[in-house]
Design a protein around this ligand. Structure first.
Ligand code: MEV
Length: 438
């Protein structure tokens, strides 16, 4: 099942946007606004920093201000034959450029293909003080219909949208520090919501019924961030020759990527960094759309540990036609309605740029970008290393810190990177030379 809709409301766009990097931020915003038909308010929300103080003050407690991050646009993405421009809120240089670069290689070979499960979240109801946990489990399962009906009794809106509690599971813990324990799970289709409020309310609603059925005492009633029933997947297939660079042939790069992934598959120390690279692509989309990045991180890493050993979230293989194939499947509990996604003006504008019609579509886009980011990191690590690319971008920052403006930035950065001497004092010297005409 895919979350991508055929009858999408927005006309098709091109994600190529050539020359975007050579424009000023304001010009880039204009170009993106034109491409996706941003309204005036959406256009202005980025320029103004996105979040008015009065709105921020209503979102959390003891507000003293807001905190900004750069928002960049990753270009070139084709996902299931449709082009997407990807807004990313992130502080790390290289992330946006790397995603765009990999997406450009991929788009010439069909781009990314994605699918997703139904948006099912779990709520947990913890039951203590039970002598007969296995018999209690059987009693709860026998009353499945009554529990599902009780869970669904309150949220008529969700039911009208085609969501609602679908089923239950009961997990038995024979021995815990506080005696036998049951965890009753509600499996809830939350549609376009992230779902935390929905499932937490349901868990609280069914608690008295669960106590009556089990004869135990209910304590915790809360969602699980291990969203293992809410998965999104992406694949990309690239002929080896399409990977070649000036210094490395395509086969060397493809086999290098497979070997790099093998390292992450067997070694948790490497897997943590490998998966961090994947999250470099995903978190900026989660943040810019006003979603809960802690929930996404928690889900990603427990999923990566589901075999009992922490491992790679992605797979890279060579198929029978000798092409490099990347796959990423992981929990992706993202919402389009509720929370900051609705209240934060820049999040709304980001969703407009993305043009997604459902939370599943957003989840699939995020996983495709995560896979692109992973490919970029492994490609660089398997060949020249990541410092060369990082240093080029770092050099721009250093040039700006040294006082370079306009086209001085590229000139100073280029000279710094070429000399492998990326320091502020060297940048100041270069700037003086440029300004003095020497
Ligand atoms: C840096 O933010 C991310 C990488 O370390 C990911 C990786 O090692 O795969 C480059």
């Amino acid at each position: 099942m895919t979350g991508l809709r055929e009858d999408t409301a927005r006309p098709a766009i091109s994600s190529r946007l050539e020359g975007l990097r050579n424009l000023s931020p304001a010009e880039r915003l204009d170009k993106v606004a034109q491409a996706v038909d941003l309204g005036d308010a959406e256009h202005q929300s980025f320029g103004r920093g996105g979040l008015p103080l009065a709105l921020a003050n209503g979102m959390i407690e003891n507000v003293i201000g807001t905190f900004e991050l750069p928002v960049g646009i990753a270009t070139n993405f084709t996902i299931n034959g449709r082009d997407y421009l990807i807004p990313m809120a992130v502080e790390e240089p290289s992330v946006v450029a790397a995603a765009s670069y990999m997406a450009r290689i991929a788009r010439a070979h069909g781009g990314f293909h994605t699918s997703s499960s139904q948006p099912i979240m779990r709520a947990q109801v913890q039951v203590l003080d039970i002598r007969d946990p296995h018999a209690a489990r059987a009693r709860v399962l026998k009353e499945r219909d009554a529990i599902v009906a009780a869970a669904n009794a309150k949220d008529k809106m969700l039911i009208s949208l085609g969501g609602g509690c679908r089923d239950i599971e009961v997990h038995v813990f024979d021995q815990t520090p506080v005696g036998p324990m049951l965890a009753v799970h509600l499996l809830v289709d939350v549609r376009d919501a992230m779902g935390a409020n929905t499932v937490n309310t349901m868990a609280e609603t069914v608690a008295p019924l669960v106590e009556a059925i089990t004869g135990g005492v209910v304590r915790l009633r809360i969602l699980s961030n291990y969203a293992d029933l809410r998965l999104a997947r992406a694949t990309v297939t690239i002929p080896m020759e399409a990977l070649k660079t000036e210094d490395y042939d395509g086969e060397r790069i493809a086999r290098g990527i497979v070997a790099a992934c093998a390292f992450a598959i067997v070694d948790p120390y490497r897997a943590a960094t490998h998966n961090k690279g994947i999250m470099n692509g995903i978190d900026p989309i989660v943040v810019v759309t006003g979603n809960d990045w802690r929930a996404i991180e928690a889900g990603a890493h427990v999923w990566a540990s589901r075999s009992g050993r922490y491992t790679s979230l992605s797979s890279w293989e060579i198929d029978r036609d000798g092409r490099l194939v990347g796959t990423l499947e992981m929990p992706m509990a993202l919402g389009l309605v509720g929370g900051a996604t609705k209240t934060h003006p820049a999040a709304r504008a980001a969703l407009k740029i993305l043009g997604v019609q459902s939370a599943q579509e957003l989840a699939e886009v995020a996983v495709a970008v995560g896979l692109a980011q992973n490919m970029a990191a492994l490609r660089a690590l398997a060949t020249e290393g990541i410092q060369k690319g990082h240093m080029a971008l770092h050099a721009r920052n250093i040039a700006i810190v040294a006082g370079a403006v306009g086209d001085e930035i590229e000139r100073v950065a280029g000279a710094l990177a070429a000399s492998h001497d990326v320091r502020v004092d060297r940048a100041k010297e270069l700037l003086e030379e440029i300004r003095g005409g020497t």
